[in-house]
Design a binder for this molecule. Structure first.
Ligand code: ADP
Length: 236
Protein backbone atom coordinates (compact mmCIF):
# COMPACT_ATOMS: atom_id res chain seq x y z
CA UNK A 1 0.00 0.00 0.00
CA UNK A 2 2.83 2.39 0.90
CA UNK A 3 4.70 1.71 -2.30
CA UNK A 4 1.62 2.05 -4.47
CA UNK A 5 0.81 5.34 -2.79
CA UNK A 6 4.29 6.63 -3.59
CA UNK A 7 3.95 5.46 -7.18
CA UNK A 8 0.58 7.16 -7.45
CA UNK A 9 2.13 10.39 -6.17
CA UNK A 10 4.95 10.12 -8.66
CA UNK A 11 2.56 9.49 -11.51
CA UNK A 12 0.37 12.37 -10.44
CA UNK A 13 3.39 14.64 -10.26
CA UNK A 14 4.55 13.82 -13.78
CA UNK A 15 1.03 14.16 -15.22
CA UNK A 16 0.79 17.50 -13.49
CA UNK A 17 4.15 18.62 -14.82
CA UNK A 18 3.04 17.68 -18.31
CA UNK A 19 -0.35 19.37 -18.06
CA UNK A 20 1.16 22.54 -16.69
CA UNK A 21 3.91 22.56 -19.26
CA UNK A 22 1.49 22.82 -22.17
CA UNK A 23 -0.21 26.08 -21.20
CA UNK A 24 3.16 27.48 -20.09
CA UNK A 25 4.80 26.90 -23.45
CA UNK A 26 1.72 28.30 -25.19
CA UNK A 27 1.99 31.44 -23.05
CA UNK A 28 5.70 31.79 -23.81
CA UNK A 29 4.99 31.39 -27.50
CA UNK A 30 2.12 33.90 -27.55
CA UNK A 31 4.13 36.48 -25.62
CA UNK A 32 7.21 36.16 -27.82
CA UNK A 33 4.98 36.60 -30.88
CA UNK A 34 3.27 39.65 -29.39
CA UNK A 35 6.61 41.21 -28.58
CA UNK A 36 7.76 40.79 -32.15
CA UNK A 37 4.59 42.43 -33.45
CA UNK A 38 4.94 45.32 -31.00
CA UNK A 39 8.54 45.87 -32.10
CA UNK A 40 7.43 45.93 -35.74
CA UNK A 41 5.10 48.78 -34.75
CA UNK A 42 2.40 48.35 -37.41
CA UNK A 43 -1.05 49.70 -36.61
CA UNK A 44 -2.80 46.82 -38.41
CA UNK A 45 -1.12 44.28 -36.07
CA UNK A 46 -2.95 45.65 -33.02
CA UNK A 47 -5.92 43.21 -33.16
CA UNK A 48 -3.46 40.33 -33.53
CA UNK A 49 -1.61 41.46 -30.41
CA UNK A 50 -4.84 41.84 -28.43
CA UNK A 51 -5.90 38.39 -29.55
CA UNK A 52 -2.56 36.82 -28.58
CA UNK A 53 -2.68 38.44 -25.14
CA UNK A 54 -6.24 37.23 -24.58
CA UNK A 55 -5.15 33.74 -25.52
CA UNK A 56 -2.16 33.93 -23.15
CA UNK A 57 -4.45 35.01 -20.31
CA UNK A 58 -6.78 32.08 -21.05
CA UNK A 59 -3.84 29.66 -20.99
CA UNK A 60 -2.71 31.04 -17.63
CA UNK A 61 -6.20 30.37 -16.26
CA UNK A 62 -6.00 26.86 -17.67
CA UNK A 63 -2.73 26.23 -15.82
CA UNK A 64 -4.36 27.49 -12.63
CA UNK A 65 -7.28 25.16 -13.23
CA UNK A 66 -4.97 22.14 -13.44
CA UNK A 67 -3.56 22.96 -10.01
CA UNK A 68 -7.04 23.49 -8.67
CA UNK A 69 -8.17 20.07 -9.89
CA UNK A 70 -5.09 18.47 -8.40
CA UNK A 71 -5.86 20.05 -5.04
CA UNK A 72 -9.45 18.89 -5.16
CA UNK A 73 -8.21 15.40 -5.94
CA UNK A 74 -5.77 15.38 -3.05
CA UNK A 75 -8.30 16.97 -0.72
CA UNK A 76 -10.84 14.27 -1.45
CA UNK A 77 -8.61 11.46 -0.27
CA UNK A 78 -9.03 7.74 -0.58
CA UNK A 79 -10.67 7.16 2.74
CA UNK A 80 -13.21 8.67 5.01
CA UNK A 81 -11.70 10.13 8.20
CA UNK A 82 -11.45 7.52 10.93
CA UNK A 83 -10.39 7.46 14.56
CA UNK A 84 -6.62 7.00 14.56
CA UNK A 85 -3.84 6.67 17.10
CA UNK A 86 -1.49 9.56 16.35
CA UNK A 87 1.78 7.91 17.54
CA UNK A 88 0.98 4.89 15.38
CA UNK A 89 0.23 7.04 12.34
CA UNK A 90 3.59 8.78 12.86
CA UNK A 91 5.50 5.54 13.45
CA UNK A 92 4.25 4.00 10.21
CA UNK A 93 4.92 7.09 8.13
CA UNK A 94 8.43 7.55 9.50
CA UNK A 95 9.33 3.90 8.97
CA UNK A 96 8.68 4.49 5.29
CA UNK A 97 10.24 7.93 5.12
CA UNK A 98 13.40 6.78 6.86
CA UNK A 99 14.24 4.08 4.36
CA UNK A 100 17.76 4.96 3.33
CA UNK A 101 18.17 7.51 6.12
CA UNK A 102 20.84 5.34 7.81
CA UNK A 103 23.21 5.78 4.94
CA UNK A 104 22.98 9.54 5.51
CA UNK A 105 23.72 8.87 9.21
CA UNK A 106 20.67 10.70 10.47
CA UNK A 107 19.94 10.34 14.16
CA UNK A 108 16.16 10.09 14.65
CA UNK A 109 14.42 10.66 17.99
CA UNK A 110 10.76 10.58 19.01
CA UNK A 111 9.10 12.52 21.82
CA UNK A 112 5.47 11.47 22.01
CA UNK A 113 3.11 13.21 24.41
CA UNK A 114 0.64 10.58 25.73
CA UNK A 115 -2.10 13.23 25.79
CA UNK A 116 -1.89 13.54 21.99
CA UNK A 117 -3.39 10.12 21.32
CA UNK A 118 -6.60 9.85 19.37
CA UNK A 119 -7.18 12.02 16.32
CA UNK A 120 -9.94 11.87 13.78
CA UNK A 121 -8.25 11.92 10.38
CA UNK A 122 -7.63 10.39 6.99
CA UNK A 123 -4.61 8.28 7.89
CA UNK A 124 -3.26 7.98 4.34
CA UNK A 125 -3.34 11.74 3.83
CA UNK A 126 -1.74 12.61 7.18
CA UNK A 127 0.99 10.05 6.52
CA UNK A 128 1.58 11.71 3.16
CA UNK A 129 2.17 15.00 4.98
CA UNK A 130 4.55 13.35 7.46
CA UNK A 131 6.39 11.65 4.63
CA UNK A 132 6.92 15.01 2.90
CA UNK A 133 8.14 16.72 6.06
CA UNK A 134 10.49 13.91 7.11
CA UNK A 135 11.95 13.51 3.62
CA UNK A 136 12.48 17.28 3.33
CA UNK A 137 14.13 17.32 6.77
CA UNK A 138 16.54 14.54 5.82
CA UNK A 139 17.34 16.18 2.49
CA UNK A 140 18.10 19.47 4.23
CA UNK A 141 20.71 17.65 6.36
CA UNK A 142 22.63 15.88 3.59
CA UNK A 143 25.64 18.20 3.98
CA UNK A 144 25.07 19.29 7.57
CA UNK A 145 27.68 18.59 10.26
CA UNK A 146 24.94 17.69 12.77
CA UNK A 147 22.14 15.43 11.47
CA UNK A 148 19.40 15.08 14.03
CA UNK A 149 15.71 14.64 13.29
CA UNK A 150 13.29 15.00 16.19
CA UNK A 151 9.66 14.05 15.67
CA UNK A 152 7.47 15.07 18.54
CA UNK A 153 3.87 15.55 19.60
CA UNK A 154 2.28 17.75 22.23
CA UNK A 155 -0.92 19.67 22.96
CA UNK A 156 -1.06 23.34 21.98
CA UNK A 157 -2.77 26.15 23.89
CA UNK A 158 -6.00 25.64 21.93
CA UNK A 159 -6.10 21.97 22.99
CA UNK A 160 -5.22 20.60 19.55
CA UNK A 161 -2.60 17.95 18.85
CA UNK A 162 0.65 19.57 17.68
CA UNK A 163 3.11 17.54 15.59
CA UNK A 164 6.67 18.81 15.02
CA UNK A 165 9.36 17.60 12.66
CA UNK A 166 12.64 19.31 13.54
CA UNK A 167 15.87 19.04 11.57
CA UNK A 168 19.36 20.45 12.03
CA UNK A 169 19.85 21.11 8.32
CA UNK A 170 20.53 24.14 6.19
CA UNK A 171 17.54 26.14 7.39
CA UNK A 172 16.05 28.60 4.90
CA UNK A 173 16.13 32.25 3.92
CA UNK A 174 13.21 34.52 4.79
CA UNK A 175 12.38 34.66 1.10
CA UNK A 176 11.99 30.88 0.86
CA UNK A 177 10.03 30.81 4.12
CA UNK A 178 7.54 33.36 2.76
CA UNK A 179 6.79 31.20 -0.28
CA UNK A 180 7.14 27.73 1.27
CA UNK A 181 3.60 26.58 0.70
CA UNK A 182 3.17 27.96 -2.80
CA UNK A 183 2.88 25.37 -5.57
CA UNK A 184 6.06 24.86 -7.63
CA UNK A 185 8.29 26.74 -5.21
CA UNK A 186 11.45 24.67 -5.07
CA UNK A 187 15.15 25.27 -4.49
CA UNK A 188 16.05 21.73 -5.57
CA UNK A 189 17.36 20.86 -9.03
CA UNK A 190 15.05 17.84 -9.21
CA UNK A 191 12.29 19.29 -7.04
CA UNK A 192 8.64 19.63 -8.03
CA UNK A 193 7.83 22.06 -5.25
CA UNK A 194 4.38 20.62 -4.69
CA UNK A 195 4.93 18.62 -1.47
CA UNK A 196 4.33 21.44 0.97
CA UNK A 197 1.48 22.95 -1.00
CA UNK A 198 -0.32 19.59 -1.00
CA UNK A 199 0.52 19.15 2.69
CA UNK A 200 -1.11 22.45 3.49
CA UNK A 201 -4.30 21.52 1.58
CA UNK A 202 -4.47 18.27 3.52
CA UNK A 203 -3.90 19.83 6.94
CA UNK A 204 -6.35 22.66 6.31
CA UNK A 205 -9.01 20.23 5.10
CA UNK A 206 -8.59 18.54 8.51
CA UNK A 207 -9.17 21.84 10.29
CA UNK A 208 -5.51 22.25 11.25
CA UNK A 209 -2.64 24.66 10.49
CA UNK A 210 0.89 24.08 9.19
CA UNK A 211 3.91 26.38 9.38
CA UNK A 212 7.72 26.46 9.68
CA UNK A 213 9.99 28.02 12.31
CA UNK A 214 13.77 28.21 12.58
CA UNK A 215 15.21 25.49 14.85
CA UNK A 216 17.23 26.56 17.90
CA UNK A 217 20.82 26.44 16.64
CA UNK A 218 20.38 25.48 13.00
CA UNK A 219 17.78 23.92 10.75
CA UNK A 220 14.01 24.12 10.61
CA UNK A 221 11.00 22.91 12.57
CA UNK A 222 7.82 22.17 10.65
CA UNK A 223 4.72 22.09 12.82
CA UNK A 224 1.11 21.19 12.17
CA UNK A 225 -1.98 20.87 14.29
CA UNK A 226 -4.85 18.40 14.18
CA UNK A 227 -8.00 18.53 16.25
CA UNK A 228 -7.96 15.82 18.93
CA UNK A 229 -10.79 13.31 18.80
CA UNK A 230 -12.89 13.49 21.95
CA UNK A 231 -15.92 11.61 23.25
CA UNK A 232 -18.31 13.66 21.14
CA UNK A 233 -16.41 13.14 17.88
CA UNK A 234 -18.49 10.88 15.68
CA UNK A 235 -16.69 7.84 14.38
CA UNK A 236 -17.61 4.74 12.44
P1 ADP B 1 10.39 20.06 -3.13
O1 ADP B 1 10.89 19.23 -1.98
O2 ADP B 1 10.03 19.26 -4.33
O3 ADP B 1 11.27 21.22 -3.48
P2 ADP B 1 8.41 21.06 -1.22
O4 ADP B 1 7.10 21.76 -1.44
O5 ADP B 1 8.37 19.85 -0.35
O6 ADP B 1 8.98 20.71 -2.67
O7 ADP B 1 9.45 22.09 -0.60
C1 ADP B 1 9.63 23.36 -1.19
C2 ADP B 1 10.94 24.00 -0.79
O8 ADP B 1 10.93 24.31 0.59
C3 ADP B 1 12.17 23.12 -0.96
O9 ADP B 1 12.68 23.17 -2.27
C4 ADP B 1 13.13 23.76 0.04
O10 ADP B 1 13.75 24.89 -0.50
C5 ADP B 1 12.22 24.25 1.15
N1 ADP B 1 12.21 23.31 2.29
C6 ADP B 1 11.25 22.41 2.58
N2 ADP B 1 11.55 21.74 3.71
C7 ADP B 1 12.73 22.22 4.16
C8 ADP B 1 13.59 21.94 5.30
N3 ADP B 1 13.27 21.00 6.21
N4 ADP B 1 14.74 22.66 5.42
C9 ADP B 1 15.06 23.61 4.52
N5 ADP B 1 14.31 23.94 3.43
C10 ADP B 1 13.17 23.25 3.24
Amino acid sequence: IHVSRLLAMGEMASTLAHEINQPLSAIAHLLTGSRRLIERGREEDKPKITDALDKAAAQALRAGDVIHRMRAFVGRGDNEPTLENLPKVIEEASALALIGAKEHRVDVRYQMDPRAGAVFCDRVQIQQVLLNLIRNGIEAMYQAPKRELVISTSIDSAGDALVSVADTGTGMTDEVRDQLFQPFMTTKAEGMGVGLSISRSIIESHGGRIWAEPNKDCGTIFKFTLPLANEETPHE
